[in-house]
Design a protein around this ligand. Structure first.
Ligand SMILES: Nc1ncnc2c1ncn2[C@@H]1O[C@H](COP(=O)(O)OP(=O)(O)OP(=O)(O)O)[C@@H](O)[C@H]1O
Length: 255
């Protein structure tokens, strides 16, 4: 799969946009995070891998504000946002797109965008109409602008999910398994769109089980397992690492 153009790799190393500082979280006996640290550069595209149930979505909840960590801090653009509610984090520039798109099915594509943009940017609906149209065009939905969201194909609902996230004018975009459920061809189309979004310099953190889609876009991959990041580095090195082979295929590291 073609990787497409990427944001200049050196740029994001200069400044961190998001830092997880010694985050711990458990649900009873299930340890999601045991004092994990993570720094995401401004403009970086970071992939998070990990087996089912590792806690990747929970980590996104901690970043987006829907889940509280047991301890540790979430720092966004230099500010401690650990105790900030999700709506305030959204307005500070953290947006999230889900595996199962969550548009208002009875509203049109345009109306969905206007609602997201007005909320995320804290502006009147009139003031966000032009940018909403631009984002709809950019996401390949111009011909469906007046269609009800509930009548769209899965790929177009995924495009709309991304468009709604972009409408909030994020600085950090969290993608939660957005390639899930797509055919190979549809997956290529979605990767092309995310690669295009990437060229604007927007910071992306992407959880994904469709590994080839992830590695086509991201600069770096971290692997969450057993409450810790057990591998990290450039995508190809990480997916070929013995730790990842052991977790995903049961091949012991010392073989
Ligand atoms: N609110 C909750 N209460 C109790 N357990 C929870 C809660 N939320 C998640 N869990 C458990 O925590 C674990 C991690 O779940 P999470 O969805 O974060 O994993 P994941 O890595 O995103 O998994 P997948 O790749 O399958 O989506 C799972 O065992 C899940 O059942």
């Amino acid at each position: 799969m073609d990787s497409g153009p990427r944001f200049a790799r050196s740029e994001w190393r200069r400044k961190m946009i998001l830092t997880l500082d010694s985050i711990s979280k458990r649900f009873g006996a299930i340890v999601i995070a045991n004092g994990v640290d993570l720094a995401v550069g401004d403009g970086e595209a970071l992939g998070i891998l990990g087996p089912n149930g590792a806690g990747k979505t929970t980590l996104f909840g901690i970043i987006a504000g829907t889940i509280s960590p047991d301890s540790g801090r979430v720092i966004f653009q230099g500010e401690d946002i650990t105790h900030l509610p999700p709506d305030k984090r959204c307005r500070k520039g953290i947006a999230r797109a889900f595996q199962v798109p969550q548009p208002f099915g009875g509203m049109t594509v345009f109306e969905n965008l206007v609602v997201a943009a007005a909320f995320g940017q804290d502006k009147s609906e009139r003031d966000v109409c032009a940018t909403s149209v631009e984002i709809i065009e950019r996401c390949g939905l111009a011909s469906k602008i007046n269609r009800l969201a509930g009548t769209l194909t899965l790929l177009d609902r995924k495009r709309l999910e991304l468009a709604r996230a972009l409408a909030t004018e994020p600085k950090l975009l969290l993608l939660d398994e957005v390639a899930g459920g797509l055919t190979e061809q549809e997956c290529h189309a979605l990767v092309a769109l995310i690669s295009d979004i990437r060229t604007s310099g927007l910071t992306i953190v992407w959880i994904e089980h469709v590994v080839h889609a992830l590695t086509a876009v991201v600069d770096r991959v971290v692997v969450l397992h057993g409450g810790a990041f057990i591998a990290q580095g450039d995508p190809q090195s990480v997916i070929r690492s013995p730790q990842v082979a052991e977790i995903y295929m049961g091949i012991p590291v010392d073989v």
